[in-house]
Design a protein around this ligand. Structure first.
Ligand SMILES: [Zn+2]
Length: 327
């Protein structure tokens, strides 16, 4: 059974988004609170999308938006297609997505729920522009949450780390983002996930940096290690597709051990289980500078240069390439 707190808050609400500004003032208070978004669908007109073999039911809470509803639906379509590209299908057969207009510009926040079926709430600023939606990552981030069972508070780093790590890779694979941008972002932001003084491992250090970027470091290391051991045949993507195939969606509760085991069994190597043993209760800090060098990623101002002769260059390229057999 879930605790009352988890029913009210769902995964991820207690910790702010990476890079997210403070929430804007509210224009449709009733729909953006901390409660679940489900009841809104009883009151609002809904539109259905059909992407990735799934049905996405979209409703708009009252409130002004500069952009048309059609533009918002196009953004959700692009986002759902990116997640579909990564996982081979939309993570759940049906999902409810509530759009809540708020004051401001850009996508101000979001949250994924699983308690009464998969659902997402996204707060969209009334002055949001077309460019804001093209640059947005939060819709994809929340949709990635649908592709993992709900985990307990001490394992939120896995849910958030996976969403942070997979979101830009999915968008590159879908053609919505360039690979140099995401490696530049990783070089800039991954150090935020390294253990600080007093760190007791990922399970015991629920800080913002360790939850989002520490979790992302775990995912990057897992991806690289799967690929090293399999001669670049499988990576985190295949492992997490296995979790999805085993029914591991956000409306399910699984212990972390089961998630990692299914992922490892799918990939054929006990990578995540070994990494978890190394990082769960100890402040394990990989040498990120060496890792970027091995991957052939060299910082250059706001961007990065790639080396094709670096020892792990083929792995770097495979991480953002469409997996074999994808359309
Ligand atoms: Zn999240």
């Amino acid at each position: 059974m879930r605790t009352l707190q988890r029913i009210l808050f769902g995964a991820g609400l207690l910790i702010p988004f990476p890079m997210s500004p403070a929430p804007a003032a509210v224009s449709s208070q009733a729909f953006r609170g901390t409660g679940m978004p489900y009841d809104a669908f009883d009151e609002l007109h809904a539109t259905k999308l059909h992407i990735g073999g799934a049905t996405q039911t979209i409703a708009f809470a009252p409130g002004p938006l500069r952009l048309s509803h059609d533009r918002i639906l196009k953004w959700l379509t692009t986002s759902a297609k990116a997640v579909t590209t990564y996982y081979g299908k939309f993570p759940v057969p049906s999902a409810k997505i509530l759009i809540v207009p708020v004051e401001g510009e850009g996508v101000e926040g979001g949250q994924a729920f699983g308690y009464r079926g998969p659902a997402i709430r996204l707060l969209v600023g009334d002055f949001t522009t077309d460019d804001d939606l093209i640059a947005d990552w939060k819709a994809v981030h929340e949709m990635v949450h649908l592709a993992l069972p709900d985990v307990s508070q001490d394992h939120l780093w896995l849910a958030e780390g996976l969403a942070v790590y997979v979101e830009p890779i999915a968008r590159v694979q879908a053609g919505d983002l360039k690979a140099d941008k995401i490696w530049a972002d990783m070089v800039r932001d991954m150090p935020k996930g390294l253990p600080q003084d007093g760190d007791e491992g990922l399970d015991r250090t629920p800080t913002w940096g360790r939850t989002y970027w520490g979790g992302a470091i775990f995912c990057l290391l897992a991806d690289i290690t799967y690929r090293e051991r399999s001669h670049n045949k499988v990576g985190l993507q295949q492992a997490m597709r296995g979790v999805l195939a085993a029914g591991g969606t956000h409306d399910q509760d699984w212990p972390i051990e089961r998630i990692l085991k299914v992922a490892d069994q799918t990939a054929g190597y006990p990578v995540m289980e070994e990494l978890y043993a190394k990082m769960r209760d100890k402040p394990y800090a990989p040498d990120l500078a060496k890792l970027w060098n091995d991957l052939g990623v060299t910082p250059a101002g706001n961007t990065v240069m790639f080396s094709q002769t670096a020892p792990l260059a083929h792995i770097r390229e495979a991480i953002t390439a469409l997996p074999r057999g994808s359309l």
